[in-house]
Design a protein around this ligand. Sequence first.
Ligand code: HEM
Length: 93
Amino acid sequence: MSATYTATAKTLHWGIAILILGLLGLGFYMTGPALSPTKLQLYSWHKWVGVSVLALVIVRLAWRLTHRPPALPSHMPAIERPAALPAITCSTC
Ligand code: HEM
């Protein structure tokens, strides 16, 4: 079992996180201005990025089903371990 997540998993994780934060910002911003070509362009980008996030999440799930996650850190408090279980449990691993 690897001690850390692979570069692929980390890239997907942080890439998806950044895109979701961007979607939140864009989503709140784009609903403000009056209807205009710029507003429609922002809606189009929002939709495109949202669908891209969905595709990347599917890739991330496929990665997770085919790779073992690293063990939990030994210094992790016992109270936090049960919360991590759903993320590390995998019937095919
Ligand atoms: C995790 C964050 C978000 C994701 C993944 C996401 C994803 C999407 C996707 C895929 C669409 C296209 C849906 C369709 O055309 O049927 C969409 C549309 C839209 N989103 Fe978001 N979105 C997010 C956050 C937000 C936020 C924070 C707002 C505004 C406060 C927002 C406002 C809208 C609006 C107004 C539309 C257009 C709806 C329509 O065409 O009827 N979104 N979003």
